[in-house]
Design a protein around this ligand. Structure first.
Ligand code: GDP
Length: 432
């Protein structure tokens, strides 16, 4: 992993070429997403995955699978640590995969190895030189310098970590890549456990195969493949998907029933999803209807308030106590506040100041800035707007003034109460 242009492909190409040269001469290296390098020095084989940024790897990670045992972090010596270097560091850390740093392009004049090391250390990489445990190898993908050392570092680390896998038992692995070739549907499978041979029955996602041929990256048929090895597997009934887990089945019947079960499960999940979507639509529709009803009711209230106001101003003066009681004047308010808690508090306060002659009526109470619709409502109801703890809005103020609607602005609750009382007093019928 590493920042773009820091030399990942060049390093892999170098390793691949040396492996082709060391192995099956004449074989045309095919791109199968991974390749293995036999090491002359130790007789061990290292498998390199060359698409670690690929979506399939993220899919495997999400399912808790670490197909990589070691991450090689490539840092160009002339460019040092860059955003994608940090991104790669984060991924390696999250996956808990141990790391080796390859400082690349050391053949370049501008190479500054020391700066790279310092930058890495600054970003929390505990490198060997500074007393940590992370190996740093200086390489050049161009000249091949340090490549042997890099391979050896991988083997050493693997030995320290004591990486082991079972060669017995049912085969397990992951699909790294899948495609269709002349030979039909093929998938590169990285075996993680067991020994894969022709004749094995494998299930991957919603497809299966009875393996006919296993081919390595050189295109050569191989008799068997053990853990850590990538191999191209043919004979799939349907196209497998990169990132799918591969499991061995005992028989073809077992494989087909697993696939059928997965198909049914997918079908059931789809039905469940559809049902949920239908229910959600119903709920939204219900909500919409309720809102419509509430809006209608509010409109009716406004109409009745206007009528009441008109009849009150005509009937209140000089009326006796009973008439005054029934003719209690209501003064409508619309409350807009910064948060719902304050809107509720303002409403409660206002409702506490009624008497037999007059009472405030809250037409609506809400959170956020004053809208034109609030002014319309206040105008229609001949009411007032209370703006509690809201930022100044000169446009709305101007509109309210134009429409003859009073906005009572305040951010101290008892002052709001004083304002409301003043309004109510103004509305009281004159005493004769
Ligand atoms: P990737 O994006 O990380 O895969 O980087 P590439 O492998 O495509 O390399 C980017 C550029 O750097 C190419 O022009 C390479 O030829 C060059 N490059 C890669 N490794 C080296 C190196 O070790 N030395 C020098 N001088 N150039 C290199």
């Amino acid at each position: 992993m590493g920042h773009v242009d820091h030399g990942k492909t060049t390093i892999l190409d170098y390793l691949r070429k040396s492996s082709v040269a060391a192995g099956e001469a004449g074989g045309i290296t095919q791109h199968i997403g991974a390749f293995s390098v036999p090491l002359a020095s130790s007789g061990k084989t290292v498998t390199f995955l060359d698409t670690p940024g690929h979506a399939a790897f993220l899919a495997m990670r999400q399912r808790g699978a670490n197909v990589t045992d070691i991450v090689i972090l490539v840092v160009a010596a002339d460019d040092s640590v860059k955003p994608q270097t940090l991104e790669a560091l984060k991924h390696a850390k999250a996956a808990g995969v141990p790391m080796i740093v390859a400082i690349n392009k050391v053949d370049k004049e501008e190479a500054d190895i020391q700066r790279c090391k310092q930058d890495l250390a600054r970003h929390g990489v505990e490198i060997e030189d500074f007393g940590g445990e992370t190996q740093v190898v200086c390489v050049s993908g161009k000249t091949g310098k340090g490549m042997d050392e890099l391979e050896e570092s991988v083997v050493t680390l693997s030995e320290i970590l004591d990486h082991r896998a079972d060669t017995d038992g049912a085969v397990e692995g992951w699909v790294l890549e899948a495609t269709t070739k002349k030979a039909g549907r093929v998938a590169t499978v990285l075996v993680r456990r067991g020994t894969l041979k022709p004749g094995c029955v494998l299930v991957a996602g919603k497809t299966w195969t009875r393996v006919r041929t296993l081919r390595n990256e050189g295109g050569f048929a191989v008799p068997q493949v053990g853990p850590g090895m990538p191999v191209e597997v043919d004979g799939w009934r349907d196209q497998p998907v990169a990132g799918d887990e591969v499991l061995q089945a005992e028989t073809e019947q077992q494989a087909t029933s697993v696939v059928d079960f997965r198909d049914e499960k997918a079908e059931r999940e789809k039905i469940a999803e559809d049902t949920e979507a239908i229910n959600e639509n119903r709920r939204l529709e219900q909500e919409r209807r309720e809102k419509e009803k509430a809006a209608e009711a509010a409109a009716k209230r406004v109409a009745s308030v206007s009528r009441e106001d008109a009849s009150i101003s005509a009937s209140v003066p000089g009326a006796d106590a009973e008439e005054q009681q029934s003719g209690q004047v209501t003064v409508p308010f619309i409350i807009k506040a910064d948060v719902s808690g304050s809107a509720e508090a303002v409403s409660a306060y206002i409702m506490s100041v009624s008497n037999p002659l007059i009472m405030p009526q809250i037409l609506s109470s809400g959170v956020g800035a004053i809208h034109e619709s609030d002014i319309d409502l206040a105008h229609a109801a001949q009411g007032h707007i209370i703006a509690f703890n809201l930022p100044d809005d000169p446009d709305m103020k101007a509109l309210a003034e134009y429409r003859g609607v009073k906005i009572l602005e305040n951010n101290i609750i008892y002052r709001v109460l004083d304002d409301v009382k003043a309004v109510l007093e103004n509305k009281l019928p004159p005493i004769v």
